[in-house]
Design a protein around this ligand. Structure first.
Ligand SMILES: Nc1nc2c(ncn2[C@@H]2O[C@H](COP(=O)(O)OP(=O)(O)O)[C@@H](O)[C@H]2O)c(=O)[nH]1
Ligand SMILES: [Mg+2]
Length: 444
């Protein structure tokens, strides 16, 4: 998927990233080309407009045009907007109840979209995670549908609930839930029928099945090859039944990918999985950031984006260097560092970035509770106090301790630790070897 669109993007991005100076006109042209590429890939017009507007808004600001490498910054914006378009980075997968009760998953979609195959894939996945799934054959329209599910169930070793000569999918669904509860199956996966086109009867049927078993997940399976049609149909399902998540099947096929790009944005429901083949194991969690990288042309472009990110870090490191050499590093700077640390999550890297922290602050010293306490303490200080820790005498200490819900002992400890860091910093500020190693660490 996405072959042609990534080729287009790659070209646009490379033409910009080579330039040391870009103008607003360059950006406008690039955005225009991106617009065409998206439309050619069959992305919904509304989604294209939204994407283009948001990108323009950010990309034409001074921050981009006057940055060191505007091309890189632009690519980063396009990438970020693309990730946003595709959904949240942190994909939660299926949201089910604990294994001691029976969760219900309902599969919905048009005929041939991949419901039955995907039901089996999910069952296989859940079984591997230690769950006890039960598949339910509630597609009573297509003659071979029940048999198809039974064959798949056999293959993956998951039991299939089916009723001979059944006519009413609602009662099959109800009966299967009763059986699941009685026999302690913890996930019921209900396969339903589809139609070639949307029709009222089918919608009523799926609505009735859904109300009868009250599913935890109502999954809309969309064939990635259907294009814009999938978007319209998903909206229909959302209105009549309510969708909790989308699964894009046949992601391995050779299509333009536009529907995939539009679904999340239009329907407003997360894409949870993608089908990448016909076998039971061919189901992957959907990660917007990875897909965005793929669309933007992989490798070289992604590294450009990373470089743009690095540039930001290097700038901060340079600022810190300056503060270090002038010994103006104060408690406010320390607070900023604590905030960054939360974001970065890497204690090791951060310790090397705080001048003088290494050797004085060990990794064991940095636990989250302590960090939060320190943050609270600094936040309870006035800006003048943060910039001049020496002025904090006994009365101020008491006030700060009260304000931050800590003790004077805690405040003293932070001030002592900070003083130690500052002393170490002064020493290191004159040490060229240390500076070099820090810059090397920052990737310079
Ligand atoms: N390549 C590929 N084929 C798929 C995928 N998902 C389903 N299929 C195929 O699509 C066809 C229709 O799938 P089926 O599950 O019967 O669709 P249903 O009518 O919605 O139940 C079958 O031939 C499946 O093997 C997928 O992710 N990749
Ligand atoms: Mg089916």
């Amino acid at each position: 998927m996405f072959d042609s669109i990534s080729a287009q993007f790659g070209k646009i991005v490379r033409s910009l990233s080579g330039k040391s100076k870009i103008t607003e006109k360059n950006i406008q042209d690039a955005v225009e080309e991106i617009k065409v590429a998206l439309l050619e890939a069959d992305v919904n017009l509304r989604v294209v407009r939204r994407f283009v507007n948001r990108t323009m808004e950010e990309a034409t600001g001074e921050k981009v045009l006057q940055s060191v490498d505007p091309g890189q910054q632009f690519v980063k914006i396009v990438y970020d907007k693309m990730v946003q378009l595709l959904g949240d980075v942190d994909n939660q997968g299926l949201i089910l109840k604990g294994p001691d009760t029976t969760s219900v998953v309902l599969m919905m979609g048009l005929q041939g979209s991949g419901k039955t195959t995907t039901a089996a894939k999910l069952a296989y996945r859940l079984k591997k995670q230690g769950r006890r799934p039960l598949l339910v054959a509630a597609d009573l329209v297509r003659p071979a549908a029940v048999l198809q599910l039974q064959v798949l169930g056999e293959k993956i070793g998951v039991p299939v609930y089916a009723e001979e000569h059944a006519k009413n999918p609602v009662s099959v669904a109800k009966n299967s839930l009763a059986k699941a509860k009685k026999e302690q199956f913890d996930v019921l996966i209900v396969d339903t029928s589809g139609r070639m086109h949307l029709d009222e009867m089918m919608m009523d049927e799926i609505h009735n099945v859904s109300s009868a078993i009250n599913p935890d997940e109502r999954l809309f399976v969309a064939d990635a090859m259907t294009g814009q049609n999938a978007v319209t149909i998903a909206q229909e399902f959302e209105e009549k039944v309510g969708i909790t998540g989308v699964i894009l099947s046949k992601f391995d096929s050779d299509t333009r990918g536009g529907a995939a790009l539009s679904l999340r944005s239009i329907v407003g429901k997360p894409i949870k999985f993608i089908g990448v083949g016909e076998k039971p194991e061919d189901l992957d969690p959907f990660y917007p950031d990875r897909i965005a990288s793929r669309i933007l042309g992989m490798g070289d472009v992604v590294s450009l984006v990373e470089k743009a990110q690095e540039t930001i870090d290097i700038k901060e490191a340079e600022k810190m260097q300056e503060k270090m050499s002038k010994a103006t590093f104060d408690l406010q700077d320390y607070l900023d560092q604590l905030d960054r640390m939360n974001k970065m999550g890497s204690v090791e890297k951060l310790l090397e970035m705080i001048p003088g922290a290494k050797g004085n602050v060990s990794e064991d010293d940095i636990d989250t509770a302590e960090m939060n306490r320190e943050k609270a303490i600094i936040q309870s200080m006035t800006m003048t106090e943060r910039q001049n820790p020496y002025m904090i005498g006994p009365t101020r200490k008491k006030r700060v301790a009260n304000g931050s819900g800590t003790t004077v002992y805690d405040v003293n400890r932070l001030l002592k630790k900070f003083e130690k860091m500052r002393l170490a910093m002064k020493k290191f500020a004159k040490n060229k070897k240390y500076q070099a190693s820090m810059l090397k660490h920052m990737g310079m």
